[in-house]
Design a protein around this ligand. Structure first.
Ligand code: VAH
Length: 307
């Protein structure tokens, strides 16, 4: 049986559905600390900081794999640094400890382009590179990657991870991310409303469409353990674009879409991240290949949001 933490989040919502399509609804238990949108499917309220309850639950339900999506993201993380460190780090450490004690088969840990910092090579960022992030979220994810590697080395925990780019999807409204402007733009364009962008027009960031992010996750988790050479976290890429490039793409469908730019604190966060990523390790070790570029993503987003 599979357990997801943070199942109601931006990725968790889509990943829960994808895993249920693969493994069957009854084999995938979604957990979070907020109400689920879908009512009649296996769900429970679990706070990952309650280690005793988490371990009891995992034992009782004979969980064999955990997708640990629960975390506080980059922008909201800066508003409460201590809490972000506690949730993002201690949550993971509990999961890794339980993975040893209860001999879980696999653990998925989502990392992020937020692990890159101002000293990281910004163009075609290599797999092994300087990681000096300046957000607590990024710091917690670098530490998390190192703990996953440590538990794999010392206890043989089969922990696997990818560094997600900014993810765009229609299934959920993301909260607290720096890359969420891209999702918000689509919603505004479709409602015929102007959009005020919190990043500068030319801020180029690595981005990925949700179906690619979900497929990368399931393909990594289905790869034979002997082919996994990176036990911190794999670089993962699909495309890079700036807000103004996305506006041009959306205007192919909504010619009158109006956008203004009013950068806030999230501009500094975005400016500290990479522009583009070298994901040749993921392509070499487990045949990663993205399917969506900005044009295909825009068409699919609009098709699904206007249904
Ligand atoms: C955030 N969407 O903006 C998340 C992600 C790449 C960024 O980690 O914080």
């Amino acid at each position: 049986k599979i357990l997801l933490t943070g199942a109601n989040g931006q990725i968790g919502t889509a990943l829960t559905k994808a895993l249920r399509d693969i493994h069957g609804k009854e084999n995938v238990i979604a957990t979070d600390i907020t109400e689920p949108k879908i009512k009649n499917e296996p769900f429970d309220f679990i706070d990952i900081l309650n280690k005793v309850r988490l371990k009891e639950y995992i034992g009782d339900y004979k969980i064999t794999q955990i997708y640990h999506l629960a975390a506080i993201l980059s922008a909201s993380g800066e508003l409460n640094p201590q809490k972000t460190w506690e949730v993002n780090l201690n949550g993971l450490l509990s999961i890794l400890d339980i993975a040893v004690d209860l001999k879980l088969n696999k653990v998925f840990f989502p990392s992020t382009i937020a692990v890159y910092g101002p000293t990281t090579l910004r163009k075609n960022t290599p797999q092994h590179v300087s990681l000096e992030p300046e957000t607590v979220y990024g710091m917690s994810k670098v530490a998390g990657e190192l703990w996953c590697n440590y538990y794999n080395l010392k206890y043989g925990v089969d922990a696997r991870s990818v560094r997600y780019p900014g993810i765009i999807g229609y299934q959920s409204i993301p909260q607290g991310g720096t890359t969420d402007y891209a999702v918000e733009m689509f919603h505004a364009a479709i409602k015929g409303e102007p959009y005020e962008c919190f990043l500068k027009a030319d801020t180029k960031l690595p981005m990925m469409y949700m179906p690619d992010a979900i497929r990368a996750t399931t393909e990594l988790m289905e790869t034979d353990a002997k082919d996994i050479r990176v036990r911190t976290s794999y670089n993962l890429a699909a495309m890079s674009f700036s807000p103004v490039e996305l506006v041009e793409e959306i205007r192919k469908h909504y010619p009158n879409f109006e956008v203004s730019y009013k950068p806030d604190f999230r501009q500094d966060i975005a400016a500290s991240w990479s522009e583009s990523i070298d994901d040749s390790s993921a392509r070499a070790d487990w045949n990663w290949e993205n399917e969506f570029d900005i044009t295909k993503m825009t068409e699919d987003m609009i098709k699904n949001l206007t249904k």
